[in-house]
Design a protein around this ligand. Structure first.
Ligand SMILES: C[S@@+](CC[C@H](N)C(=O)[O-])C[C@H]1O[C@@H](n2cnc3c(N)ncnc32)[C@H](O)[C@@H]1O
Length: 222
């Protein structure tokens, strides 16, 4: 069992912590036991181990795992790493991967804050980074808490191989606008038509609520 999965409590709440971190204590003992079992097969214990595994494709904030499953099925040639802090989502995602027979070594889960992973990864090593429906933090005063902020987008750009793709789906107009503005200021990124987006819980929720879903993609040119 990996230490970061078996530890039930998240770090103490801080000002920049995603809201979803606060619900991690709600799993039953049975779910915790299965989480540990799945983690033994599929999770990497910490960012350093995940970086050493040398992923080529990253799914940031995979939620309940629909996008991670679709990615792993579509890219059997890649080393796919899903990163999320939310334990019930980690369990659902790993259950789905096992059910699909994808516990064969080409896909892994890192139960951690992705901002702890990004510094550890090798520059120019990723062919695809995707982040679908990141927590919006819609209020102006909370904008600094958004995951896809300028420093994070700059680091992701460094991590992409030339020709690598960043694919972001956001259902908050202000957040989408800020990501567009930031990426426009990164000379190495060129906008391209966005790839197809798999059905995810938050995608369904956004469309049901009538929100515009912004699917945006860029390639690293140099
Ligand atoms: C709104 S949900 C979207 C989930 C999924 N991508 C979808 O489309 O249904 C955002 C997800 O990002 C995760 N998350 C938020 N901040 C994160 C961080 N810093 N590192 C890793 N995961 C994070 C949350 O736990 C949550 O599962």
């Amino acid at each position: 069992m990996s230490p970061s999965v078996s530890t039930p409590g998240p770090p103490p709440p801080g000002p920049f912590q995603p809201r979803s971190w606060r619900n991690r204590g709600r799993m039953s003992d049975e779910h915790r036991a299965r989480l540990a079992e799945r983690a033994a097969a599929l999770a990497l214990p910490n960012p350093a181990t995940a970086a050493a595994w040398a992923p080529t494709v990253l799914d940031i904030g995979f939620g309940y795992g629909e996008s991670l499953l679709a990615l792993a099925q579509a890219r059997p040639d890649a080393r796919v790493l899903g990163v999320d802090v939310h334990s019930p989502g980690q369990l659902r995602a790993m259950d789905a991967l096992v059910d699909a027979g994808l516990d064969d070594g080409t896909v892994r889960v890192l139960p951690a804050d992705v901002t702890a992973l990004l510094p550890a990864l090798t520059p120019s090593s990723l062919e695809l980074v995707q982040a679908f429906h990141p927590d919006p933090w819609p209020k102006r005063r909370h904008a600094a808490r958004r995951l896809l902020r300028p420093t994070v987008l700059a680091r992701i750009t460094e991590l992409l191989r030339p020709g690598g793709v960043l694919h972001v789906v956001i259902d908050n107009d202000t957040y989408a606008g800020s990501v567009r503005e930031t990426t426009a200021d990164i000379p190495a990124l060129q906008e391209i038509p966005a790839p197809e987006v798999p059905e995810t819980k938050y995608g369904r929720r956004a469309r049901a609520a009538g929100r515009t879903v912004h699917s945006m993609a860029w390639t690293r040119q140099t």
